[in-house]
Write a protein that binds this ligand. Sequence first.
Ligand code: BJW
Length: 286
Amino acid sequence: MCDQSDAPPIPDDVLTLARAARHVAVFSGAGISAESGVPTFREVQTGLWERFSAQDLATPEAFESDPALVHTWYRWRAALIQQVSPNPGHQALAQWQRQLGGAGGRLSIATQNVDDLHERAGAEVLAHLHGSITAHRCAECDAPAELAAPQYDGAAAPAEPVDPPLCEVCEEGLIRPGVVWFGEPLPMEAFDAAADAMRAADLILVVGTSGLVQPAASLPLLGMERGTPLIEINPEPTELSDAMHHRLRGPAGKLLPVLVQAVTGEALHAMDGSDGTDDSVERRAR
Ligand code: BJW
């Protein structure tokens, strides 16, 4: 079972809101995957990339000027993500989504993360606002491309940058990750679906994001039009904190299981495998 002994207590008014909610909209960021071992976007980089911030590398200009460096960075991150497991924060949201879905409600997840840890915890994701690190396409003709699983061990950075493959369709463009870089538009369908969920929700949870990157960071604020309660889960204050009705200061992997257990009456058990199945989520009768 998850160790919740050192989790900060959830205030009663937050529990009341969470228990009453029929449609919960979750807006997640890199912080929810931090306890799985995925570095957040604004952490300092090491190895081959120590001279660069992630923000420098996540641009079309960076790919244009040094495709091998950017390609190798994304392949290393994909390898790392492949080797980690969802944490109790992801699992708690998946459990709450199942419980609400079974009771005629819904929990919609709009994530900025390019990992698949929500899905591997058993949750359905409504919107991947910044794309997916496992998808690839041609930077010139946009043809989708399949790449073999990355070869790095996921822990250490590779010794040397490796060139990205050439597109087999147009034979001119380089293959790039299917993510949204700075200056690029977000996928409209995902953005609109997330906006609809935020407008329809009766509770919005903002989990593990600095709220610095637009236009995604404005999505939870759409709830303010209807006076929807906004709750932030983050160990640190963020750009969005002032707009929140409640701020829960602590790690998502500790706070979400406590919150969800209090709402659903089901204890969450840590997963021991890496395949993301939810077999080890033990349910207790209310
Ligand atoms: C924990 C924790 C634990 C730690 N538990 N929490 C105004 C309006 C519109 C656009 C702009 C605007 N102002 C500026 C812009 C431009 C730009 C932008 O926002 N720049 C800002 C930096 C100022 N936006 C764009 O360029 C976007 N596109 C765009 O605007 O297009 C316009 C256009 C229209 C039409 C045609 C053409 C163009 C695109 C933005 C794309 C962002 N992409 C990235 C990279 C994705 C690929 C990849 O992963 O490499 O997305 S950048 C990066 O930031 C990534 C993230 O999804 C995103 C958000 O980061 P996130 O998730 O918040 O992570 P961190 O690291 O910042 O924060 C982690 C948080 O977790 C912290 O708060 C910790 O405290 C917390 N934490 N441990 C809970 N255990």
